[in-house]
Design a protein around this ligand. Structure first.
Ligand code: MN3
Length: 198
């Protein structure tokens, strides 16, 4: 089954001023669309047709780089749109907050680690909050790689490819990361993924 581009779960200007309509138009309509189009072509004849997207991501990792890059980015972006919402940031639902406190020290320590992971990912990639072996961890990955291929469940990810922030923040990736964490994250969705995985 071919990949399909989901609609954004909010209007293009809904995250303004933290992420502009221009950024979302390019990022969703051009970049994500390209992963869908190219991934769908590469899926044909790969032997992974008919599998779920997660299975395609895991099954192509280390074996079919072209398909993996596009399928993983498709997976990452489907969630990335949902990991943000208008008037996001703020308080974290109780169960998830308790888990963060016990595994990562405090919400503030988690925020520092997450922002640092995003800022220090050299070149394109992602920073993550992952549940692995029952524990939360903060990691970073290059390009389209994600925690699924390392045995984890991605609960939150931030896209640090330049296409995600260059229009609004130019080269100031740390400012974008702060705005993401403090003003855009949809913690209810992160908590939903945590409850489903734990
Ligand atoms: Mn992107």
């Amino acid at each position: 089954m071919a990949f399909e581009l989901p609609d954004l779960p909010y209007a293009y200007d809904a995250l303004d001023p933290y992420m502009s309509a221009e950024t979302l138009e390019y990022h969703h309509d051009k970049h994500h669309q390209a992963y869908v189009t190219n991934g769908s072509k590469l899926l044909e004849g790969s032997g992974l047709e008919g599998k779920s997207l997660e299975e395609v991501v895991k099954g192509s990792f280390g074996k079919n780089a072209g398909l993996f890059n596009n399928a993983a980015q498709h997976y990452n972006h489907i969630h990335f749109w949902k990991w943000m919402k208008p008037n996001g940031g703020g308080s974290i639902p109780g169960n998830l907050e308790s888990k963060i406190n016990s595994d990562l020290g405090s919400v503030s320590a988690f925020r520092d680690a997450f922002l640092n992971a995003g800022a220090t990912q050299f070149g394109s990639g992602w920073a993550w909050l992952t549940l692995k072996d029952g524990k939360l961890e903060v990691t970073k990955t290059p390009n389209g790689e994600n925690p699924l291929v390392h045995g984890g469940v991605p609960l939150l990810g931030v896209d640090v490819w330049e296409h995600s922030y260059y229009i609004d923040y130019r080269n100031a990736r740390p400012k974008y990361l702060e705005a993401f964490f403090d003003n855009m994250v949809n913690w209810e969705y992160v908590a939903e993924l945590y409850e489903a995985a734990s």
